[in-house]
Design a binder for this molecule. Structure first.
Ligand code: PLP
Length: 380
């Protein structure tokens, strides 16, 4: 029997660093300080330094990181936040959470990130923040965005949930805007074994507000200076992340190596484009293909797991129908939603799996999934 090929194996990295990870977790259990202790403090400093910023603020998950960053940047109910609709519902969710209005712009077809050429037309007097997403590990063209927003006093918040360690013109993502948000959801390039999130910023005031907002507005315990909720990165996750941060660059290199193999061998699909001004970290390896659902099914039949990120754009989600968007409003985003397919990708993905996926993809793409199925159908 042929071994099934999974799109992502969460155990691969654990097995590779089991002794260190076990010791980190057990150390926290032994010390008996489980929330906001030494591990958390050290991780905040270490990951901020890695990103090249002065401040790091650990929070409970990536969604909270975006939400708290929006508030820390001064977004108020009624403000507008310009973002993209092809990156799941997360940007829309957090903008609504703070009472602001999401304004979606289409994405640039090669990088699949916010199209700066469409940005100016989306700005109004109420635009407070522009929030590009470094989707699939591919940095957005932040300088082109900054040229438009900075003269207007609009803040830039990077969604780095899929791009830990990616480089934009030799600078780390997370250090490019006024603030940035990371998720440590287990599947991310830097993933915990539970939930976690992080705000990175060079701005002292933004960092200070974010710290207040994640803990009841407390500077001193039990004294609330501002209205804030509770969002914490616990000590066990922080200890795990400190170990895994040491292997992040290596893991990203491993992802890039597998991406190069896919790039060189895949035929008949649109492969991801990596502009020369960046170094993408391939959180996902996403191709575009006609007849995506048929191909996905044919691959599944042959034991290959794939995924779709994301099948329904944010502007067409039932929950956000009230915003008034119609099919056709974001043509590139909508076409991508029909055609994107995420192939198996993680740092320890066996190279034989990459070869097998390529072989199947090329065979299926050449004949089309429907005809291929007929060809393999038993003649009895
Ligand atoms: C995962 C993700 C988030 C949310 O992070 P959670 O930790 O799951 O809350 C936000 N934005 C993007 C682009 C993501 O991929």
């Amino acid at each position: 029997m042929i071994e099934p090929i999974v799109a992502y194996d969460p155990r691969a990295e654990y097995r590779a660093h089991k002794a260190e990870l076990d010791a980190a977790v057990l150390g926290v259990l032994e010390r008996g300080w489980y929330v906001h202790g030494d591990e958390h403090r050290a991780f905040e400093a270490e990951f901020a330094a890695y990103c090249g910023v002065g401040h790091g603020v650990g929070v409970g998950n990536g969604t909270d990181a975006l939400r708290i960053a929006l508030l820390a940047l001064g977004v108020k109910p009624g403000d507008e936040v310009v973002t993209v609709a092809n990156a799941g519902v997360y940007p829309a969710v957090v903008v609504r959470e703070v009472g602001a209005l999401p304004v979606f712009v289409d994405v640039e077809p090669t990088t699949r990130t916010l199209d700066s050429r469409l940005l100016e037309a989306a700005l109004t007097d109420r635009t407070r923040v522009v929030m590009p997403v470094h989707l699939y590990g591919q940095p957005a063209d932040v300088d082109a965005i900054q040229d438009i927003v900075r003269p207007r006093g609009i803040k830039l918040l990077e969604d780095c949930a899929q791009a830990h360690g990616a480089l934009y013109k030799s600078r780390r993502v997370g250090s490019l805007g006024d603030a940035s948000a990371f998720s440590f959801y287990p599947t991310k390039n830097l993933g915990a074994y539970g939930d976690g999130g992080f705000i990175a910023t060079d701005d002292d005031a933004v960092a200070d507000r974010a710290r207040l907002l994640r803990a009841y507005g407390w500077r001193r315990k039990y004294v609330s200076e501002v209205h804030g909720a509770n969002s914490r990165l616990d000590e066990i996750q922080a200890a795990i992340l400190r170990v895994k941060l040491r292997y992040l660059d290596h893991g990203n290199e491993e992802r890039r190596r597998r991406a190069r193999c896919y790039d060189e061998a895949l035929r008949g699909v649109t492969r991801p484009t990596e502009p020369e001004w960046c170094e993408a970290v391939y959180h996902l390896y996403v191709v575009e293909v006609d007849g995506r659902d048929g191909l996905k099914g044919a691959l599944a039949t042959r034991g290959v797991g794939t995924d779709v990120h994301y099948p329904l754009p944010a502007h067409l989600q039932p929950a956000y129908a009230g915003l008034g968007y119609q099919p056709g409003d974001l043509p590139v985003t909508e076409r991508l939603a029909e055609r994107v397919l995420s192939l198996p990708m993680y740092p320890r993905l066996p190279m034989e799996h990459v070869d097998r996926v390529v072989e199947l993809m090329n065979e299926l793409a050449a004949v089309g999934p429907g005809r291929s199925r007929a060809r393999h159908a038993p003649s009895r």
